[in-house]
Design a protein around this ligand. Structure first.
Ligand code: ADP
Ligand code: MG
Length: 347
């Protein structure tokens, strides 16, 4: 039959009940890590860590605060909820092994919707090689909440904290910055256009890269692996979730040091620059203060300079200084500006 537009199936959650839902969502799990001894199905999961130290981190995402389902597909949201936690484990120079997922669901959500969310969660588990070993499921009065906890491991000699940067170290960052923020600006603009006129379809083709960076967050586990293979141990590391400026200040504060970065060295994709200019924003401001890039920001000893310099996809953006010199940005017009968490002021 042609033109047969069947409604997508909608199975109400109350028909399944909590246990039926959990069974639907977790019934097919195959554990991949040796350290995952027991997964979903008992009162607690059992883990047998194969390396010295266990890393634990959590992130909670609330509808209306951290995501907007008008433009975030549930599958992408599930993927992102896992990726941001894996990113925190990566920022400690560790490897994620297990996750647990807690969800709060209102009756607005059908089984099919929750399954879509879990498709993204499982896709991220496959990408990052970690096991979903447990969680909790509850109803909510309104909206969707999703909280992921990740467990990882790191050899004690490889652990990297925010606190180890020292004077003369080089400041490095992976990938490029500001794209996720500009992607969000485009999505918000298209949403406003759509709400004003439901006939208008979003014009996103020209913004594929930046919108992708917003909706499809990735953790830079490849950088952690490369550092290990290259026998480089950063002196300090953090993932860029709040924005370069704010995350640099965390390193400065916790390492008790100053630092200087150079505007011309900050990696910004041409698509991010174009979008920033279109929105009448400075690409540098966007790269400093736009969050959610999930790149790794780290400091290394000078001895590793050549190894880092020859590695594509890693930029050296500045160096660590004495604490008394503060945190500054050397601009393209050769001015020295003090870095602040939001905006910056002249010295
Ligand atoms: P309990 O009553 O002990 O909290 P539950 O009935 O909530 O147990 O959960 C049963 C099993 O299913 C447990 O292993 C739990 O970790 C797992 N689980 C519950 N909700 C989820 C979820 N949303 N995602 C993954 N696993 C879950
Ligand atoms: Mg429970």
């Amino acid at each position: 039959m042609t033109g047969d537009q069947t409604e997508p199936t909608r199975t109400e959650l109350e028909k399944l009940g909590e246990f039926g839902l959990i069974e639907k969502l977790t019934g097919d799990i195959k554990l991949v890590n040796k350290s995952s001894v027991l997964g979903v199905g008992d009162d607690a999961a059992v883990i047998n860590p194969d390396q010295g130290l266990v890393l634990v981190t959590s992130d909670m995402l609330l509808e209306g605060i951290h995501f907007d389902l008008t433009y975030s597909p549930l599958k992408h949201l599930g993927y992102k909820a896992v990726a941001v936690n894996v990113s925190d484990i990566a920022a400690m120079n560790g490897v994620c092994q297990q996750i647990t997922v807690n969800i709060g669901l209102s009756n607005r959500f059908s089984l099919e919707a929750v399954e879509e969310l879990y498709q993204g969660i499982y896709q991220a588990c496959a990408t990052y090689n970690c096991d979903l070993v447990g969680g909790d499921t509850t109803s909510s009065k309104a909206g969707l909440s999703i909280s992921v906890t990740a467990l990882g491991t790191v050899h004690p000699d490889r652990l990297v904290q925010r606190s180890g940067a020292k004077e003369h170290d080089l400041i490095c960052v992976s990938g490029d910055l500001g794209a996720a923020y500009m992607g969000l600006q485009v999505l918000e603009r298209e949403k406003q256009v759509f709400m004003a006129n439901q006939e208008m379809q979003p014009q996103l083709d020209a913004y594929q890269y930046i919108v992708g960076r917003q909706l499809k967050a990735e953790a830079r586990t490849d950088i952690v692996q490369w550092l290990s293979e290259s026998d480089i141990k950063p002196t300090a590391m953090i993932d860029v979730s709040d924005g370069l400026a704010s995350d640099l200040l965390h390193i400065s504060k916790q390492s008790n040091c100053g630092l200087r970065i150079y505007e011309e060295k900050i990696p910004v994709d041409p698509a991010t620059k174009d979008a920033a200019l279109e929105f009448k924003l400075s690409p540098t401001t966007v790269s400093l203060h736009g969050g959610e890039d999930y790149e790794l920001l780290f400091t290394i000893d000078q001895k590793d300079h050549q190894l880092i310099e020859s590695q594509p996809g890693i930029s050296i953006i500045g160096h660590v200084t004495d604490k008394t010199q503060g945190c500054s940005l050397f601009t393209a017009s050769e001015e020295l500006l003090e870095i602040e968490a939001q905006g910056w002021k002249h010295f």
